[in-house]
Ligand binder design. Structure first.
Ligand code: SAM
Length: 278
């Protein structure tokens, strides 16, 4: 009989944020697959758990998923954890969950901490409908294209963001989504936990003063307080980036955008390069 794959949530900072069931499962399985064995060992040592560890991270995910699925098929029980929070949420995991199901193993979630849920509920922004977008793209054009795509979603928007990019992303969000209320939830469950609330422009200024630190989630209200200014250079760049994301090459994307917007190709190119200079 095939074994069981447990997707086990672990703390996002505070070691107490782990369930009794998660601790029992981590003790009982034959193997724990984790992103960084040194990191997970700290958690296991804290709780006196001696289960064997193996690595499963974004660089070995494909081969390792096959190996782990074979062990599951042979009847072993495996727990998958990530460095923090719930595995497969902006972390490796979905490939293994799918493969395990295909090989006839049971897949059992052991729920617990997830940074975006903690940030959303503490934000004071509406929680009835929300859109979780994972990490915003790191590159300027792609990030603005992504923000343009989500502009029309009438739900609270939630993103993960790296500290060195947060000011830039808040500024882009202000320009593309318009002025909105927002919250940056930083270092949740840790000593320096901080929930900073304000308008997007205020938060961009606050986090732009010096390089921000720590882990953070950005939560943005659905209500627009002030419409974004129409920016034609941005529109060309955002549309080109969206087409490139769909796999079109840069030349073909620019040609298509020029046609869509009724512009000459040289004018479209001028607007594209102007936006990349900003
Ligand atoms: N699997 C995790 C989860 O369930 O939330 C997310 C992993 S993702 C690679 C890491 C990102 O999650 C960080 O860059 C940050 O945006 C967010 N994050 C994780 N822990 C956090 C914390 N304690 N406070 C704020 N954000 C956190």
């Amino acid at each position: 009989m095939a074994g069981t794959l447990y997707l086990v949530a672990t703390p996002i900072g505070n070691l107490e944020d782990i369930t009794l069931r998660a601790l029992r499962v981590l003790k009982e399985v034959s193997l724990i697959a984790c992103e960084d064995t040194r990191h997970t060992r700290v958690l296991l040592e804290h709780y006196g758990i001696k289960t064997k560890l193996t690595s499963y991270h974004e660089h070995n995910e494909r081969e390792r998923a096959e190996e782990l699925a074979t062990l599951l098929k042979e009847g072993q029980s495996i727990a998958l954890v990530s460095d923090a929070g719930t595995p497969a949420i902006s972390d490796p995991g979905f490939r293994l969950a799918r493969l395990a199901q295909e090989r006839g193993a049971q897949v059992v979630p052991i729920p617990g901490a997830t940074a975006f849920v903690a940030a959303l509920v503490a934000s004071g922004l509406p929680t009835d409908e929300f859109f979780f977008g994972g990490f915003l793209p790191a590159r300027f054009t792609q990030r603005r294209a992504r923000l343009t795509e989500v502009r029309a979603i009438a739900s609270t928007l939630v993103f993960y963001e790296a500290p060195h990019r947060v000011a830039e992303s808040l500024q882009d969000a202000r320009e593309i989504l318009g002025e909105r209320e927002a919250v940056v939830a930083r270092e949740l469950t840790k000593v320096h936990e901080e929930i900073v609330r304000g308008r997007l422009s205020e938060l961009a200024e606050h986090f732009g003063k010096e390089t921000a630190r720590g882990e953070m989630v950005v939560v943005i209200d659905r209500n627009v307080l002030e419409e974004p200014k129409e920016d034609s250079t941005l529109t060309v760049a955002a549309r080109v980036a969206a087409l490139e994301n769909e796999g079109m090459d840069a030349r073909a994307a620019l040609k298509r955008v020029a046609r869509e917007m009724g512009l000459s190709r040289s004018e479209a190119y001028r607007r594209l390069t102007a936006s990349r200079r900003t």
